[in-house]
Design a protein around this ligand. Sequence first.
Ligand code: OOG
Ligand code: MG
Length: 253
Amino acid sequence: MNHPPVFEFLARRLDDAQIHRTETSSLADDFELDVNDAYTIQSLLIDRRERRGETVIGAKLGFTSKAKMAQMGVSEVIVGRLTDAMRLADGDDVDLTRFIHPRIEPEVAYRLGRDAGFDSDLVECVDAVAPAVEIIDSRYRDFRFTLTDVVADNTSAAAFAIGDWQPLQPVGNRAVRLSVGADEIVGSTSAILGDPVHALHALGRVCRQRGFTLRAGDVILAGAATAALPLTADGARCEVAGLGTVAVKGVRP
Ligand code: OOG
Ligand code: MG
């Protein structure tokens, strides 16, 4: 497809901000972009990461909870792509110097047991569920952005860790607890669109609209159940009742 050269330029600006850990200003300060333009810039950004050898291994939703919408002042579900370079193992130390101003949020992850076609019901393709944490790191100054900004910036995706996979089961309304050092925040999985399974329906709609494909083995992050906490040089732990726990530890080498 042919894109205006400015989209390529903006994808590069966001990519450079991530690589060099330097904040950038809102794209909306200088350009009038709509959501379609923003998803095109996101795709160009992902193309750049793929050319560096990264592989897309799934998708994430953002702003599926009112707490996140209120924290960030944005009110529409958004989708970003996850790559293998973002994956951490449960219990990993995570080098904080990789990020600009990382925050962590408690999530529910789903795994696809088979490829999803454009007409598939994603719920039927999922074979496992797990507790997860996402590390977000907006490339925008002070985490301040518009809806189009955050879509272009691959929805602030930076890293994620997933706990032990459990056989697929209804999640509905389960207690969620996220702690980072002495900071703690509690909530419920029902904050994610009423039930995180609805995030799968929302993702299916966005995939059809944007032409995103999902394959067997891909991971889906359903969105944060609470507002995000700053990720510091402390242990961070997320527990989802009945699903288990997942932890990472921020370190400064
Ligand atoms: C955007 C990412 C939102 C979620 O789970 O709601 C997100 C941001 O808050 O920077 O990942
Ligand atoms: Mg998230």
